[in-house]
Ligand binder design. Sequence first.
Ligand SMILES: [Zn+2]
Length: 271
Amino acid sequence: MFGQIAISRSLTGPRSMCPPSPGTGTQILRACTSAPVRNPMAEWRGSPNHDERRAQLVVLHQTEMDSAEAALLTLRTRNAHGRVSAHYLVGADGRLYQLVAESSRAWHAGASRWAGIADLNSASIGIELDNDGQSPFSDAQIETLLRLLEDVTTRLAIPRHMVVGHAEVAPTRKRDPGVLFPWQRLAEAGFGLWPREELAPPPPGFDRWTALRLIGYDLRDPAAALRAFHRRYRASESDAWLVGDADILFDLQQQLVLAPPAPGVPDPVSR
Ligand SMILES: [Zn+2]
C-alpha cells in the first residue's frame, strides 16, 4: 500500500521522469520505482523557483563505425555491448542529429573522471562524430561541430575550455576521438585548450604530474593519463615523458589560471 501511495504522489509532480503510460498502476509502478519525482519520505511542498540542472563540460567521441546510419542504430537501440547514446551525432557530411535532450543524462561517457568529476554522464553534453577511426575528419563535419559548440556552450554557460575527448576522461578504456582529431582548429575557434605559440619555460621545481592533474586528468593510472595527454597534444601514443611536455603543460596551466570565469546563468533573484 505504501508503494501505491508513493507512486501516485510521484505521478502528480510537475514533471514526471516516467514515460507516459496508458497502462495499469502496476505497469507504472515498475517503470517509475527507480526515479520518483517526489521522494515518498517527505511531504511535498513544491516550489516553482527552480530550473533544469546544466552540463559543465562537453565530451567528444568518434563512432568508429562506417556510417552515421549505423551509429544512429547503435545509439538508439539495445545492442550487444549494452545501451549507449549521446546528445548529438555529427555526420561526416556535416548533418547534425539530436538524440537526447540536453537536460537529460545520455549514456556516452561510461566509467570516467575529469577534474574531480566522477560521473561525467551527469555533468556533460556528449557529442559523437561519425568517423571510422582511420579517416580524417571532414571540413563540413568540423564546421558543424564548431557551430554546435558555439550554440551549446553559450546557451548552457559551459566554459569554452571545458571541451574534452572521451579518451581523456576514460584513459584506461578509450582512444577516441583519436590522433587525427583537429584539436588545434577547435582551439583556434575558442574551444578546448591548445598550447600557445610562444611557450615560456616552466619555473624551477615545476612538477609535470601535478600540472597534468590540475588540467583535469585522472592519475589513478599515470601511464594511461600520460598517453591520453600525448594523443591530444603531441599526436603520439607514448606513455613516457617527451621533450617539450613540461613547456606545454606549464602553458596549459597558465591558460587555465588566466581563463575568464564561466559566465554562469543568473538566477531571477540572486542570493
Ligand atoms: Zn567515446
